[in-house]
Structure formats: C-alpha cells, structure tokens
Write a protein that binds this ligand. Structure first.
Ligand code: NAP
Length: 250
C-alpha cells in the first residue's frame, strides 16, 4: 500500500455501480457513510431497525445530485431469528443478485460497569448485536458477495477491542471478537474475490460516543463525515488485494 488510507483521495465515481449494504445506516458513522457512498455512485442498501430514521436517510440520498436510488432493509439485530436473516438475504438476492460491499457497522455499547457488576442479560445482548448478528448477516450475504468481481467486507472495531480497558465490559470483548471474526473470514477467503478488513473509527461525534462520554467536549471530536476515507478506500477498487488487516480511521 503506497498511501495512507486515511489520506486516500478518490475520483467522484470511485464506487460507481457497486452495491453496498451498510448496517446501522440510520445514524452516526453508518449514516454518513451511506450518504458519501451514494454520492460516489454506489447503490446503497440502508440497514437499520428504525423505519422513520431510515426513510429520512433515503430522502437525503434521493436529494443528492445523480446518486443511485437507495434501498431500505429493516431488521432488528437484537431480536431477528435465522428466518429473518434468510428472508432479508433472499430479498436482496432477488433485487440485486450480488453484493460488492458489506459494512458491518451497527453496534450497541451496553453498560459501563466492572466485570464484577456487569448484568448478564446486557452482556448477552451486546455480544448478540455486536458479534453474533454480524456473523449471521455475513453468512447469509456470502453467496451474494461471491457473485461480485471485487467484494469488500468491513467489520467495525474499537480501540478497546485491541487493548482491554476497565469498565468497557461486553462492548470491549465484543470488539475483540469482531477483530477475530474478521481475521478468520479473511483467511478463509485469502485466495478469492472477497477482501475482509476491520476499521476502528476512533473517537467520533455520534450518539454512541455521547452515551459513553456524556461530559466530554463534543466540539473537539471529529464528525462522522471527516473519518470516511479509509472506508471508501476499502470499498473501492484501489484496495484490491488488501485483506486481513485492521485499520484506524483517524
Ligand atoms: P450510533 O450513532 O449509535 O449508530 C449505531 C447504529 O446502529 C444506528 O444506526 C442504530 O440504529 C444501529 N443499531 C443499534 N442497535 C441495532 C439493532 N438492534 N438492530 C439494528 N440496528 C441497530 O453509533 P456510531 O458511533 O455511529 O458507531 C458505529 C460503529 O462504530 C459501531 O460499531 C461502534 O462500535 C463503532 N465505534 C464508534 C466510535 C465512536 O466514537 N463513535 C468509536 C469506536 C468504534 P438506531 O438509529 O435505530 O438506533
């Protein structure tokens, strides 16, 4: 890799004709990425659980000059069963036939307690939404990713998913697991058409960050729109052959 992906500069049609599913596209980083990807020519599938918020993102993309019309895929990752994942994938396969990008971005933060005090039900929910749902969605999307000439899967990590830190509980452990899932999948597809990488967005001005650090100076944080270069690099043609890596977006 010659250039730092954080400084990646790209032509305005770098994602043209690519079909990209983004989870958690209703807010925060997923929302910003959906808008940017659409503005760069991608046909974006907006996943989330809150229909009204997804429809708002849909309208924002429709208002962009020349952006392909997006689609909406509603699935609550906390409660969806296997049939719901298969139904979502069948719907996408019928409509699009392939996927060129899968961005597993949706997550929840859970509680900021010590392990000793951590609520077991919250632990399970965080692990389920952040890890098991990413596994389940990836599994049902793989046949569509195989149909692409140049597919990219991006998992979303965190700095607490690389070095454990007190009071980050299930969230930190789920991000370690996410890094592991990304590496296993990358190794399984080492010789194929699918590259698999992880991005740690770093401290970013979103509702999750506000939940984690209610007292901090939000103006000092990067906005989601400012951290997207690594995502665009990994989703576009210039990252062919880059796989099994974990990047910092900042
Ligand atoms: P965010 O603003 O809270 O957005 C989270 C997204 O996930 C929203 O679209 C949310 O939907 C969706 N989501 C949550 N639970 C869901 C469920 N059960 N089913 C379906 N969708 C669900 O978070 P963010 O800060 O943009 O974070 C994006 C990713 O970056 C996460 O993986 C996070 O761990 C990671 N990250 C963020 C930071 C940071 O500083 N922001 C730092 C490191 C890593 P609703 O809109 O319906 O709530």
């Amino acid at each position: 890799m010659d250039t730092d992906p954080r400084a990646y500069s790209y032509p305005q049609d770098v994602l043209r004709d690519r079909i990209i599913l983004i989870t958690g596209a209703s807010d925060g980083i997923g929302h910003a990425l959906a808008l940017r990807a659409a503005s760069l020519g991608a046909q974006v599938i907006l996943h989330g659980r809150t229909v009204a918020k997804l429809e708002q993102v849909y309208d924002e993309i429709e208002a962009l000059d020349g952006a392909p019309r997006p689609s909406i895929a509603v699935l609550d990752l906390a409660s969806a069963n296997g049939d719901a994942y298969r139904a979502l994938a069948d719907g996408l396969a019928n409509e699009f036939g392939r996927l060129d990008g899968l961005v597993l971005n949706a997550s929840i933060i859970g509680d900021r307690y010590s392990i000793e005090q951590y609520d077991a039900a919250t632990w399970q929910k965080v692990m389920h939404v952040n890890v098991t749902s990413a596994f389940a969605l990836t599994q049902v999307c793989l046949p569509m990713l195989h149909e692409s000439d140049d597919a990219s899967v991006i998992f979303t990590s965190s700095s607490v998913g690389r070095t454990g830190r007190a009071f980050w509980g299930a969230y930190a452990v789920s991000k370690f697991a996410t890094e592991g899932l990304s590496q296993v999948l990358a190794d399984e597809h080492r010789h194929g058409n699918i590259r698999v990488n992880c991005i740690n967005p770093g401290a970013t001005r979103t509702k999750m960050r506000l939940e984690a650090f209610p007292g901090e100076d939000r103006d000092a944080l990067k906005r989601p729109e400012e951290i997207l270069a690594t995502y665009i690099f990994l989703l576009g043609p210039d990252s062919q052959g880059v796989t099994g890596q974990s990047f910092d977006a900042q």
